[in-house]
Design a protein around this ligand. Structure first.
Ligand SMILES: Cc1cc2nc3c(=O)[nH]c(=O)nc-3n(C[C@H](O)[C@H](O)[C@H](O)COP(=O)(O)OP(=O)(O)OC[C@H]3O[C@@H](n4cnc5c(N)ncnc54)[C@H](O)[C@@H]3O)c2cc1C
Length: 472
């Protein structure tokens, strides 16, 4: 019998697990995929939003601003790549000038620190590669960029280290009230808990309906992207937004925390919540839309396209409330859910406490995380690491300078990498210009050796994604 079962290990489920792992509770997370952060949390714009977008007075606004304020210290503690690069919402017409002023007023009302409107000269000094049509902008110095999958992974790892259970490849298929709480049905058998927290992302509507009356619909909304080489990332400093419209925050141009450039997303409602395909037509639309912001991007330097699906919903904002006794939804967590996640985690713990769950501090709770990133070390540190373990002297990914030592280490953490993309998310191997063309086979070799499986059984990504063989 668990005190709390969390359904879904995206950034919200991970943040809930992290927040609850500080307390003397029996908690487990149930995740249908073979790794954490396999949904929207790995395919988004990776922006820590300042908090001027959500309507003032809403829970979304509160959790956005709080999450943004938490990000810097949390990322330092958990050793997650993060940079406070600031964002600019740019106007291109007199009507948009007025929209910028409205956003400024809303941001001030939401408590966003340091906001100011910058005029033409300052704007073009801050970002020399803007088109001359860029008139003025709302500057938010508290906005940042983060490694989104590592944010989720780090919180989940600390939770697991402190006793949280993690059931991967375990899909919740039903829920039934029990005397003391809930029986959760999965493809691997039943689990029982006093409380259930539904963090199932774009599937949170279906999961809610397994236990509670139907009260909201999830409206899956796909966003596609260009990811470009570091040559393009170096052309910009801030996250560059256009003025938001009814369909969302619009197409942005932003450096990533890894030094690349991201351009996107569009916003198209899709019937299939798991549809992460990209299309030439929508990518062409994104290119045209981004051309309003800048003509300096060389799209020949694109290294990947990808898409993520937002959990937009009929209720409008985040749905964070009890759907039934003992059943807490953190459903429809659309943008800015990545930003808000750590604040959502704490808020969920508060709601559970108010409902009667005793939050007694866990004795021996160990917070924090440290990851060895070879290329960030000084020469002395590199030499002493190689002297201790020669595997740090063998570079496997040449684009990103990732060593065998780091890849092996990624297979030995609290939530070990088991797939080629799992290694990529943990070490950056395969994230560079060649996208794993050179290091991919070596990573397969190392994974097979470290996990004690045959090379033909190593997966690229999700369950069933064999690289060297087709399972018959
Ligand atoms: C295109 C796009 C751009 C975005 N940009 C930003 C941004 O720049 N900044 C920002 O703050 N936010 C952004 N967001 C929003 C942010 O990505 C999401 O709010 C956040 O990732 C949601 O996290 P989650 O944990 O709720 O969902 P997810 O990450 O989708 O996690 C849900 C998990 O539940 C699991 N699951 C589902 N059903 C079941 C089941 N039946 N049994 C077990 N497990 C199950 C899934 O496998 C998944 O791992 C963006 C989103 C998108 C799609």
């Amino acid at each position: 019998m668990y005190d709390v079962l969390i359904i879904g290990c995206g950034v919200v489920g991970a943040a809930a697990a992290y927040a609850l792992s500080r307390y003397d509770l029996r908690v487990a997370v149930i995740e249908k995929e073979n790794d954490v952060a396999m949904g929207a949390s790995r395919a988004n714009s990776a922006i820590i939003h300042a908090g001027f977008d959500p309507e003032e007075g809403t829970l979304d606004a509160l959790l956005n601003v709080r999450g943004c304020a938490m990000a810097e210290e949390l990322c330092r503690r958990l050793d997650v790549p993060y940079k406070k690069n600031g964002s600019l919402v740019i106007s291109f017409s007199p009507e948009e000038d007025a929209a910028i002023d409205r956003l400024y007023a809303r941001g001030v009302a939401n408590g966003v620190p340091g906001l100011r409107v910058v005029g033409y000269d300052e704007l073009h000094e801050m970002e020399p590669n803007l088109t001359p049509d860029a008139r003025k902008a709302l500057y938010a110095p508290s906005a940042g960029i983060v490694s989104p999958w590592d944010y989720a992974l780090a919180m989940a790892e600390v939770a697991v280290r402190n006793g949280t259970g993690l059931f991967l490849e375990t899909e919740v298929t039903g829920a039934k009230k029990s005397e003391e709480g809930w029986i959760i049905r999965t493809n691997r058998g039943d689990l029982e808990a006093r409380y259930v927290v539904n963090c199932a992302g774009v599937h949170s509507g279906e999961v809610h309906d397994m236990a509670c009356p139907h009260t909201f619909d999830i409206i899956p909304c796909k966003g596609q992207y260009f990811l470009l080489d570091k040559s393009e990332g170096a052309k910009f400093t801030h996250t560059l937004f256009q003025c938001p419209s009814k369909v969302g925050k619009g197409v942005l141009v932003s450096p990533t925390v890894h030094g690349n450039l991201i351009v996107g997303p569009d916003a198209v409602n899709v019937p299939d919540p798991d549809d992460t395909s990209t299309t030439a037509q929508q990518l062409a639309f994104i290119k045209r839309a981004a051309a309003k912001t800048t003509s300096a991007v060389d799209y020949r330097a694109q290294i990947r396209n990808f898409a993520g699906v937002r959990a937009n919903n009929s209720a409008g904002g985040f749905i964070i409330s009890f759907g039934e006794k003992g059943w807490l939804d953190a459903a429809g967590i659309k943008s800015p859910g990545l930003t808000a996640a750590p604040a959502i985690g704490e808020y969920l713990a508060e709601l559970l406490e108010k409902d009667g769950l005793a939050l007694n501090p866990r004795a021996g709770f160990v917070d924090g995380r440290k990851v060895v990133r070879f290329k960030e070390l000084s020469s002395e540190e590199k030499n002493s690491l190689i002297a201790r373990d020669p595997r740090y002297g063998r570079v496997i990914c040449r684009c990103e300078t990732v060593t065998e030592g780091e890849i092996v280490a990624s297979t030995r953490t609290e939530i070990p990498a088991r797939t080629v993309d799992g290694v990529k998310r943990r070490t950056n191997a395969g994230m560079g210009r060649c996208q794993g063309g050179f290091c991919g086979p070596r990573v397969v070799e190392i994974l097979a050796r470290e996990s004690g499986v045959e090379m033909k059984d190593v997966l690229k990504d999700k369950t069933g994604s064999y690289i060297l063989s087709e399972k018959l």
